[in-house]
Design a protein around this ligand. Sequence first.
Ligand SMILES: Nc1ncnc2c1ncn2[C@@H]1O[C@H](COP(=O)(O)OP(=O)(O)O)[C@@H](O)[C@H]1O
Ligand SMILES: [Mg+2]
Length: 306
Amino acid sequence: MSGLELPILHFEHVTRRYDRFIALEDVSFVVRKGKILGLVGESGSGKTTCIRLALGLERPSAGRIRFMGRPYSYRSKEMKAIRRRIGFIFQDPYDALDPHLTLEEIIGEPLRAHGLWNVTARERIRGLLDRVGLPDASLRSYPTRYSGGGLQRIAIARALALEPELLLCDEPTSNLDVSMQAQIINLLMELQRERGLAMVFVTHDLPLIRRIADDLVVLYAGRVMECGPAREIAARPRHPYTIVLLSAMEAKIPHRSAWDEANPPVSPACPFAPRCWKAQPQCWKERPPRIPVRPDWEVACFFPEE
Ligand SMILES: Nc1ncnc2c1ncn2[C@@H]1O[C@H](COP(=O)(O)OP(=O)(O)O)[C@@H](O)[C@H]1O
Ligand SMILES: [Mg+2]
């Protein structure tokens, strides 16, 4: 995914271990300025870990992350400068918003945290509430007055308070009902376009990813299976796991059983081998290399689709 422009976020061979458990292994991808990167994979594949690493809430066990070309340093001053430029929205707004704080306190919190609270702050918060579709909301009201969709709008207003260049969205609509999902997605897409935001969008909703993402990263058991242009991958996936994920085939292949969970393939092997209909002995023994389909498209498989 090389381009002439410097990527806004760059994961370089990032590994994250929790004791002996490897949540992410050798994960590389870039988020391009103003573009939407879809991050997909089943539960436990490491998506939220990627988001936490991007926010600097955790450090890689190996590898490196860069923001606008500069490696994360984890010194608090430098990390704060990076975090100022990254907004985030999590799955559960009930969890993310403190019910004891007013909307003004919630949305203004990033401004205060970065020493940017000033005489225009309230006006700015009003403008944000207006923009996210809550024009009548009182700054002195509490989030307990709102349901899922309203809460997620408040979370979006907070995420935008510092005018970030990158917005990280971790399954932002998976706890909402269907009609509310569409409204929130439409709002996010409008904001993305009007502000030229780069986005990492974590979701299980593959039809949605087909519609909105420019680039796609497919994770399985903490490894990148396939990575490249979203629409082209969706039209013609090369990795067997991407094929499974994008089609209704999921039901037809063996699910990961308790036995598989307890007996993962040896670490260097392909983690998808136990469920893959194409797996050969090699797949159980060796790590598939990242094979370029094109310069901007890679697949980690010995036997990708032609
Ligand atoms: N703090 C932690 N300690 C131990 N294991 C963790 C921790 N955080 C995440 N994990 C494990 O890492 C794996 C990936 O988790 P996560 O990134 O949350 O996946 P996803 O968001 O794709 O569902 C899971 O198996 C999870 O149990
Ligand atoms: Mg998650």
